[in-house]
Design a protein around this ligand. Sequence first.
Ligand code: RB5
Length: 145
Amino acid sequence: MKVAIGCDHGGLNLKASVQEVLSALGHEVEDFGCHTAESCDYPDIAVPVANAVVSGKADRGILICGTGIGIGIAANKIAGIRAALCHDTFSAHACREHNNANILTMGERVIGPGLAKDIVTIWMATEFEGGRHERRVEKIKALEK
Ligand code: RB5
C-alpha cells in the first residue's frame, strides 16, 4: 500500500521507527515531514497527509505528534478523513474493522517504538468489516455535507 506519513517535532523519532516498520512490511512510504527537531505546528503536517489520503494519492496515512491528539484533531477537519488515535493493539484493529479509519495517529510521548510497531503492523493488516459498520460510516460521511 501507499502510506503517507507525517509528524511534528514531538513525533520525529517515532516517525522514523514507523517508516522502518512500513518499509519492512513492503509498503511504499511518502514522508510529508517534519524533518528536523525544530518546533513546528502539527496542523501544517496533518493537512497535506490528510489531502494525500482523500485524493487517493495515498491509501492510508499515519500521523505522529507528542500525544497523537492534536495532529488527529487537525486531520479530522478534512472531509473524508477518519483519523483514529491508537495506543493499544485492540483499538488498532477495531478502528479498521468498525470505523474504516484511514489515518492512524500516535503520540511519541505516550508509547515506545515496540508497541508502535505492533500497532502499525496490525492496523495495516486489518480490513474494514463493512455490513452494519458501513451504515454508520455513511452517517459520519453525511455529517460532512
Ligand atoms: C508539541 O509540543 C505538542 O503539543 C504536540 O506534539 C502534540 O502533543 C499536540 O497535540
